[in-house]
Design a protein around this ligand. Structure first.
Ligand code: RTP
Ligand code: MG
Length: 143
């Protein structure tokens, strides 16, 4: 399997619950390495741009309002099969349908406030990593 990179966001609800470390621990135990990270409070414009693919969906306005309701923690994860592995650890979009032991099952309250984001394909991963991080902010492990 190929080594991949994926973009991960710990959303405002999970930051507010003070579980950043708990979620990072799950990434690390799964073999994913954090190779870039930043906390930031997104502007409305940046949140709209990030979720532009959903701009025509009925939930778009609420999604953007939620994403700017507090700081988020944004990171690049690297590892074997990282994109699908990360989404497995996250669990289903709707926490009521998420498998036990997944991040969303354990920390998300609703489909609207669902704790984490993860890229869904190699193309979106590359695009989303570039959206948040410049080349000199991504630090591949040399040891
Ligand atoms: P994400 O992009 O945040 O990782 O979530 P995802 O791939 O699992 O789900 P996606 O379809 O990309 O939707 C993005 C976010 O929009 C909200 N959503 N609400 N009310 C609804 O039917 C609905 N569907 C999606 C969720 O917060 C989802 O994470
Ligand atoms: Mg998505």
């Amino acid at each position: 399997m190929a080594v991949e990179r994926t973009l991960s966001i710990i959303k405002p609800d999970a930051v507010a619950k003070n579980v950043i470390g708990e979620i990072y621990s799950r990434f690390e135990h799964a073999g994913l390495k954090i190779i870039a990270a930043r906390m930031q409070h997104l502007s409305r414009e940046r949140a709209e741009a990030f979720y532009a693919v959903h701009s025509e969906r009925p939930f778009f306005k609420d999604l953007v309002s939620f994403m700017i309701s507090g700081p988020v923690m944004v990171q690049v994860l690297e590892g074997e099969n990282a994109i699908a592995l990360h989404r497995d650890i996250m669990g289903a979009t709707d926490p009521k349908k998420a498998d036990p032991g997944t991040i969303r099952a354990d920390f998300a309250d609703s489909i609207d406030e669902n704790a984490v984001h993860g890229s869904d394909s190699p193309d979106t991963a590359a695009q989303e990593i570039n959206f948040f991080f410049g080349p000199d902010e991504v630090c591949p492990r040399t040891r």
